[in-house]
Design a protein around this ligand. Structure first.
Ligand SMILES: Nc1ncnc2c1ncn2[C@@H]1O[C@H](COP(=O)(O)OP(=O)(O)OP(=O)(O)O)[C@@H](O)[C@H]1O
Ligand SMILES: [Mg+2]
Length: 317
């Protein structure tokens, strides 16, 4: 192929990555890794990142659970999981003590991919949680019971859990932070991208000192990256400068296929598995899987003396 034009070069590059990535088995983590996907800024790609990373890891043979913890229910929609009013959901787990296994549904499209759906009920949970005992620990306790139950019943281990959060720092997000060890922050490569980030990091620090000492920002993912604009490049550079160890090498490009997939109840991995967007999420998932191979103590509690106050994976030196 003549790869002298940008389009042809892109196609050639995609073909190379497709051959390299499709059908690859990612290594399972040493133990279940639980991620919260958070950014109080709206529309930065939290849900897109949750469902597509989950799909990529599940497609490579791992067992993955997405907990939809956002009343918008976008993750449930994108995974093609039923979530109309009345369907047992994350709300019942948080408020009615329903066991997680009673709400979890498996994806039709990708075996090994599970989802705890969110229904509109969840929009009331933020207020209802306030008066409940152990209101910050409810999701954590439910997940721990579920994972323990699976192991007791001799069911295979869940390798990855992703909790998709709403664009706010309320009790739903606090529950997610208490549940996870790792935070993924998607950052949209646009003006104002870094605004609000220090507030997010402060909140994570507060949660770490009071509720969950293991919590740390392990991963930052640049989303909706458009390599043709100077602005996107500047934002990417700045993020990499601040978070050299956490920022994945792979940036997710702006892609029409990625934005179309949810309206078909699909992730981009099944909607158009060979597209640039699908390949980017596969590559990001592979990076995450490979980073997870270090022993837990190497990254879980590392860096608690970091001067910037951000506990990060890279601090172990
Ligand atoms: N890489 C991408 N290319 C093109 N469109 C994208 C990309 N990533 C996300 N989008 C689109 O941008 C919009 C916002 O993405 P998404 O819903 O994932 O963000 P979010 O952070 O979960 O939003 P919210 O804060 O409302 O929960 C969606 O319409 C989604 O389809
Ligand atoms: Mg969302």
């Amino acid at each position: 192929m003549d790869d002298t034009t940008p389009l042809a070069a892109q196609l050639a590059e995609d073909a190379r990555r497709r051959i390299e990535l499709t059908g690859q088995k990612f290594p399972p983590p040493l133990q279940t890794r639980v991620f919260t996907v958070a950014n109080q800024k709206g529309g930065v790609g939290k849900t897109t990142t949750s469902v597509n990373l989950a799909a990529a890891l599940a497609q490579s043979g791992l067992r993955v659970l997405v907990i939809d913890n956002d009343p918008q229910g976008n993750a449930s929609t994108a995974l093609g999981i039923e979530h109309h009013a009345g369907v047992p959901s994350t709300y019942d787990v948080l408020i009615n003590d329903m066991p997680l296994e009673e709400v979890i549904q498996e994806s039709d499209a990708i075996p090994g991919l599970y989802c705890a759906p969110a229904t509109i009920d969840l929009s009331g949970a933020e207020i209802e949680l306030v008066s409940l005992v152990a209101r910050e620990n409810r999701l954590r306790n439910a997940l721990a019971a579920y994972l323990k139950g699976r192991s007791r019943r001799g069911e295979p281990r869940i390798d990855y859990v992703f909790v998709d959060c709403p664009p706010s720092l309320g009790l739903l997000t606090v529950n997610a932070f208490v549940t996870a060890r790792e935070v993924i922050i998607p950052i949209q490569c646009e003006y104002y991208a870094l605004e609000g980030l220090s507030q997010l990091l402060n909140n994570i620090n507060l949660i770490r000192s009071h509720l969950n000492p293991a919590l740390h920002v392990s991963t930052i993912l640049l989303t909706m990256y458009d390599a043709r604009t100077n602005l996107a490049q500047q934002v990417a550079e700045e993020v990499r400068e601040h978070f050299p160890d956490q920022t994945l090498r792979t940036a997710i490009p702006r892609s029409v296929r990625i934005s179309e997939a949810p309206s078909y109840g699909q992730t981009v991995l099944t909607y158009d598995g060979g597209s640039t967007g699908a390949l980017a999420y596969l590559e990001a998932a592979r990076e995450i899987a490979q980073r997870g191979l270090q022993p837990l103590e190497d990254y879980a509690y590392a860096g608690s003396h970091h001067s910037a106050g951000v506990t990060t994976e890279g601090d172990q030196g």
